[in-house]
Design a binder for this molecule. Structure first.
Ligand code: OAD
Length: 272
């Protein structure tokens, strides 16, 4: 069934469609809200994880030092929960755009791997069948739930398996040096990988449109990327059910869920 909008919103969608449709260099910046309709909890907001859990006990280097078992228990639980989720229509619309247009690049704060799964799905079906999902792979600012990093030698390993948290001795260990492994995510108080951040900043600076989806825009430097686009003469389009600190600088702010709005915004209509 066709979705109907109040007049102002329909006008906004049309304007945003025009802006995004006529741009070549597009940066899509996503946050936890893009995965909300897949069943992945967001961090802030009424049901957000930071309402139930304390970040300083679970997502800091000090927390890991003090109690690695507790931290691994939380990440193991998230890995299991997120591992059961599937990409939604918003992930799919973004995947299709980044396949269609190689100058449309995705930068995500999410560690859930759902953008990557959507790319794999797009690469196995329809017009993009046979394309490599890695061609359009996202820049991950905050790492991945499904990757570990060695606390001794920095060796990284992909790992989607369950975590044995019965005791400190049973926690994951490095295959190279036997030191304790940690989730390869960015914790509070840690800096982002400088190369990853540089790459994201370059994309932000050269983007004609920065499309910001499902982020509260409270965590920097991710939340500063749209500012770079604005300062370089590009425009910001926001998709979020709630206003955020970025709303004031967005040329168009679309209120609603990513799963409904993105397919309408990004899907190319078939030629008559
Ligand atoms: P937040 O939980 O802070 O914000 C989620 C945003 O998504 C809010 O602005 C919601 O209004 C919006 N939202 C909710 N449902 C939505 C939907 N269906 N469609 C579109 N938007 C929706 O998550 P982030 O901004 O991603 O960092 O948080 C940023 C960082 O803070 C995370 O990467 C994480 C966290 O602590 C680290 O772990 C380092």
């Amino acid at each position: 069934m066709e979705r109907t909008y109040p007049l102002a919103e329909a006008h906004q969608i049309d304007r945003a469609r025009q802006l995004v449709g006529s741009a070549r260099r597009i940066l899509i910046l996503t946050g936890a809200g893009v995965s909300a309709e897949s069943g992945v909890p967001t961090f802030r907001g009424p049901d957000g994880m930071w309402r139930k859990f304390r970040p300083e006990q679970l997502a800091t280097p000090e927390a890991f030092q003090a109690d690695p078992r507790l931290v691994w228990e939380w990440y193991g639980w998230r890995r299991e929960r997120v591992g059961a989720c599937r990409p939604n229509a918003a992930h799919a619309a973004i995947a299709h755009l980044t396949f269609r247009n190689e100058d449309a690049r995705l930068v995500t704060q999410n560690v859930d791997g759902l953008h990557e799964l959507a790319l794999e799905e797009a690469a196995s079906e329809g017009p993009f069948k046979g394309d490599s999902a890695s061609r359009a792979s996202p820049i991950r600012l905050h790492g991945s739930l499904f990757q570990t990093r060695c606390t001794g030698c920095d060796h990284r390993t992909l790992d989607r398996g369950p975590v044995d948290v019965r005791s400190e001795a049973s926690l994951p260990r490095c295959s190279e040096c036997a030191a304790l492994l940690r989730p390869d995510v960015v914790w509070f108080g840690e800096g982002l990988d400088p190369e990853i951040l540089q790459a994201a900043m370059r994309l932000a600076e050269r983007a004609e449109v920065c499309l910001v989806v499902g982020t509260s825009a409270l965590v920097h430097p991710a939340a500063s990327l749209p500012l770079l686009t604005r300062e370089s003469g590009g425009v910001v389009v926001e998709v979020n059910p709630e206003p955020t600190p970025l709303t004031a600088l967005a040329v168009s702010s679309l209120r609603g869920s990513a799963g409904k709005i993105l397919p309408e915004l990004l899907t190319v209509s078939a030629e008559p």
